[in-house]
Design a protein around this ligand. Structure first.
Ligand SMILES: C[S@@+](CC[C@H](N)C(=O)[O-])C[C@H]1O[C@@H](n2cnc3c(N)ncnc32)[C@H](O)[C@@H]1O
Length: 350
């Protein structure tokens, strides 16, 4: 008699069917995805996946020895991703990338999303503490500013950044300020697209700015792009560095200044911008908050995106609230391109 039949006789058919459903609905659909995500992020962050891509494959023991990693643990993580079909083995037993993994590594949006999500890992880890009030976001738990800044830039690289470069092209710009510039990725693209242009970036995260400065130097753009660590609310302090700025952008930053109430900080920032750079067109790229029903109707990255914002004291708002804020801050002209499928708007305000 097969073990399946004997176990079913002992436990009953109903129990066996429920176990089967638990395996598929709990483990395969939800729990495994959580583990696979962390394993993939880890090999991405440690450069193991890039090494597989560059060298065609790796032997975990040799790679661990070369990079000072734990060989047994590296093998365990590789084997899990092999079983989940993100990795494969070649004839000599080395781990190699499956086609899906190769796509995830080479697609900027996917790669950026892995980093962005990882940036909020501490928030997810402490969810019970946050919900029970044992810990408070911003005091006991903070996101990883570098991962968020760098991941967000990568995620926008092939999508929002080119759309906004087109807008800047129409404005005939010479010097662009990017507020909340993360690692300065957008400004590097500005310099690539407009050979005469210069860029100024301002971001709160010293780690993201430092990572950006290294990339600016590596790209030979040190004379054209200046990245500053600082608070957008105090951008007036940088006035003498902004004399040449003739257009400004801000990608997914303004909602960080919204509080879900009167959004005083966002308003203060918008007023400060207008006073510091009067008449300069300001391209504001913002997510548009859908209702819970709309997200249930059409789920997508928005579900987790708005969740991690809500958990970390950020408050993306709806289209009308943005327009009200621009008007309250004294902007006379507001144009909007609403990209409905991406739940994002590109506003140009003056
Ligand atoms: C979601 S990330 C977006 C980064 C970049 N703009 C992009 O789209 O790739 C938000 C960025 O805004 C920065 N930020 C948030 N509040 C800020 C403030 N008050 N002043 C300057 N930067 C700020 C954060 O440090 C972070 O790098």
């Amino acid at each position: 008699m097969s073990t399946l039949i004997s176990v079913t006789r002992k436990l009953g058919f109903g129990t066996m069917m429920a176990s089967r459903r638990a395996r598929s609905d709990a483990w395969e659909e939800i729990i495994a995805v959580h583990f696979v995500t962390r394993c993939f992020q880890t090999l991405l962050n440690l450069g193991v996946l890039d090494e597989m891509m560059a060298k065609g494959g790796i032997d975990p023991a040799a790679h661990a020895e070369k990079e000072g990693l734990d060989g047994q643990l590296l093998k365990a993580v590789c084997e899990a991703l092999y079983a989940r079909r993100l990795l494969n083995r070649d004839a000599s037993g080395r781990f190699v990338l499956e086609e899906t993994a190769r796509f995830l590594l080479t697609n900027s949006m996917a790669r950026g999303w892995f980093q962005l999500a990882h940036g909020y890992e501490s928030v997810l880890f402490h969810l019970e503490d946050l919900l029970t009030g044992r810990m408070k976001y911003g005091v006991d738990v903070v996101r990883d500013g570098k991962l968020v800044g760098v991941g967000s830039g990568l995620a926008s690289h092939d999508f929002y950044f080119p759309l906004v470069l087109d807008k800047l092209s129409a404005l005939n710009v010479k010097c662009v300020m990017d507020i909340g510039s993360g690692d300065g990725e957008f400004l590097r693209l500005v310099c690539g697209r407009f050979p005469e242009a210069k860029g100024v970036g301002l971001d709160l995260s010293p780690e993201a700015v430092e990572a950006g400065r290294r990339q600016v130097e590596a790209a030979g753009l040190g004379a054209r792009i200046a990245l500053h660590t600082g608070n957008a609310l105090r951008m007036a302090d940088y006035r003498d560095k902004l004399r040449d700025v003739d257009a400004a952008t801000t990608f997914f930053v303004l909602h960080e200044l919204c509080d879900g109430g009167r959004n005083q900080r966002a308003l203060e920032f918008l007023r400060t911008f207008r006073e510091t750079l009067p008449g300069v067109p300001f391209v504001v790229i913002e997510t548009i908050r859908p209702s819970a029903e709309e997200m249930r109707e059409r789920p997508g990255p928005a579900v987790e995106y708005f969740l991690f914002h809500d958990l970390s004291g950020q408050n993306p708002v709806g289209r009308q609230t943005w327009k009200n804020l621009f008007e309250q801050a004294g902007y006379q002209s507001v144009t909007e391109d609403y990209i409905a499928f991406a739940r994002t708007s590109i506003f140009i305000i003056r």
